[in-house]
Ligand binder design. Structure first.
Ligand code: SF4
Ligand code: FES
Length: 257
């Protein structure tokens, strides 16, 4: 949940005020929802004059700090690392902190709404519990047998490369909440959980692959994927999500990983 702060001026805004950049006036059309006030969501417009190189998160912060303190959204790092500010911007899942205003057609109102497929709690904040439950269900940790090692578990560069892509996940849910199968069936594990299973299934040091594959062989597992590529397109980390899902499917068939 966002936390109010006393800061009201960004460096970019200062630059605008100093005349160093050409400011533009932009309308942000935000889908607001407060179940304590009204059972239905409502679109509300906010106007800001800002540097087009500012980020959507900067705009949300200014709206909250300068116009309406009740606007609710998650964010933390502001640098694409914590994964907390995935939202639909102009109908596409993106991280607000990684999206520049100039890149989302600011000549027209920029629409901002919560990601789909998860229950909206308030404004842009969704209930992430089902998402994180699916993540936990695939056991996203190293599983080994035998005695504890006396030194770190070594691995060749080639073996590390095998799952390098899927280590980059920041659990933002942009992939899972862009998946039409997940929209229709919230029981589906979803791309993010499969990505994180992949990260361990293909780790040469791990001995829990068979367990994870059996979990994903479930009727709500990898076979629900329809390869629409929404997930790969949505991922702000550039992870080849669909490819990872395909590799898990292949491992289930061949039992080679
Ligand atoms: S795979 Fe990409 S889009 Fe999906 S949760 Fe991880 S970082 Fe986010
Ligand atoms: S605020 Fe952390 S990823 Fe955007």
């Amino acid at each position: 949940m966002s936390t109010p702060t006393v800061e009201t001026h960004s460096a970019a805004l200062d630059a605008v005020e100093a005349g160093a950049v050409q400011p533009i006036t932009v309308t942000f059309r935000i889908r607001r929802f407060n179940p304590e006030e009204h059972p239905d969501p409502v679109w509300v417009d906010y106007q800001l004059t800002l540097d087009p190189k500012e980020r959507v998160l900067d705009a949300l912060n200014r709206i909250k700090w300068e116009q309406d303190g009740t606007l609710t959204y998650r964010r933390s790092c502001a640098h694409g690392i914590c994964g907390s500010d995935a939202m639909r911007i102009n109908g596409r899942n993106r991280l607000a902190c990684k999206t520049l205003i100039k890149d989302v057609n600011p000549e027209k109102p920029i629409t901002i709404e919560a990601i789909k497929g998860l229950t909206v709690l308030k404004d842009l904040v969704v209930d992430m519990d089902p998402f994180f439950q699916a993540y936990k269900d695939v056991m996203p940790f190293l599983i080994t047998k035998g005695n504890d090692p006396t030194r770190e578990r070594l691995q060749s560069a080639e073996d590390r490369e095998r799952f390098d892509d899927t280590t980059k996940c920041i659990l933002c849910a942009a992939c899972t909440s862009s998946c039409p199968v997940f929209w229709n069936d919230g029981q589906y594990f979803g791309p993010a959980a499969i990505v994180n299973a992949h990260r361990f299934i293909f780790d040469s040091r791990d001995e829990g692959a068979e367990q994870r594959l059996e979990i994903l062989n479930d009727r709500e597992g990898v076979w629900r994927c329809r390869t629409t590529f929404n997930c790969s397109e949505a991922c702000p980390r550039g992870i080849e999500v669909t490819k990872a899902i395909q590799e898990v499917k292949r491992a289930l068939v061949t039992r080679r990983f």
